[in-house]
Write a protein of this length. Structure first.
Length: 154
């Protein structure tokens, strides 16, 4: 089962080899899951690295909510949304973080500094806190997060 970072949670599965760690925005996961999405192929390449264990994902729990909600809204399929939720929570290469008061404080500062949306600021804060590269399809996040965190080109 995927691990939880923060608030005393585990640090995910133990790994013998060093793999790259990313903070993945919901746009990547949604586009990788839904073939009709414009960036499906690109997103599937990146998400495939997580699924095959070539990379690890460290993401705030809000990404889970955003992905499940987007799948439900775009497909109208409750069962698919539930399946996606269960799959995300079961992946050993995905670790979710808890937004504690310190993380919320820093994300708020990022939002104030950049003018980005609140949920986007939480994703950027997670990448900053864990020193991971941010992977997203959202050009607004890319432009506003540049200089705060490393953006992974793919």
């Amino acid at each position: 089962m995927g691990g939880t970072y923060g608030c005393g949670g585990n640090q995910g599965t133990e790994r013998e080899e060093v793999v790259e760690e990313f903070t993945i925005d919901s746009s990547i996961i949604v586009a990788s899951l839904l073939a009709q999405e414009k960036e499906h192929s690109r997103a599937l390449r990146v998400w495939g690295e997580i699924l095959t264990g070539k990379a690890m994902a460290i993401m705030p729990y809000i990404v889970l909510v955003e992905v499940v909600a987007a799948v439900r809204r775009r497909t109208g399929d409750k069962e698919l949304a539930l399946k996606v939720k269960k799959e995300l929570l079961s992946l050993d290469t995905v670790n979710f973080t808890i937004v504690d008061p310190e993380a919320a404080w820093e994300a708020s500062d990022i939002a104030i500094q950049t003018g980005m949306r609140g949920m986007d600021a939480i994703v950027v804060q997670t990448a900053k806190e864990y020193g991971t590269s941010l992977v997203t399809l959202d050009n607004e996040i890319i432009s506003k997060a540049t200089g705060i965190v490393k953006i992974k080109e793919f």
